[in-house]
Design a protein. Structure first.
Length: 101
């Protein structure tokens, strides 16, 4: 059986409004506010546990890299996308097969 605990928090009003808007967009209702707060708490604790596990293993975590930073450091394409190349090769193969008939 799961026991729930009711808590009271003091949160910046603007931050709370933004959080409620995000929950509303995600779920279409504000009935999921508690579960969203709980999932954020769980995520925070799991992240902490993972970090301490890495430290126990001797793995140094210098910094967390954001997805935006990863996107910025991706190599630039030097040529056309592969799907265009494959489409062109298939077209040539079909044309060669038709010309043999």
């Amino acid at each position: 059986m799961v026991y729930l605990k009711k808590v009271s928090l003091y949160v910046d009003e603007k931050l709370w409004v933004r959080f409620k808007e995000a929950v509303l967009k995600k779920h279409g209702t504000l009935r999921k506010l508690s579960s969203e707060v709980e999932s954020l708490l769980r995520f925070s604790l799991v992240e902490e546990e993972v970090q301490s596990a890495f430290e126990r293993l001797g793995v140094r975590l210098e910094s967390v890299i954001s997805s935006d930073k990863i996107k910025q450091s991706r190599p630039k394409l030097r040529g056309p996308p592969s799907e265009e190349l494959i489409r062109e090769m298939r077209g040539r193969r079909i044309a060669e097969a038709l010309s043999r008939q």
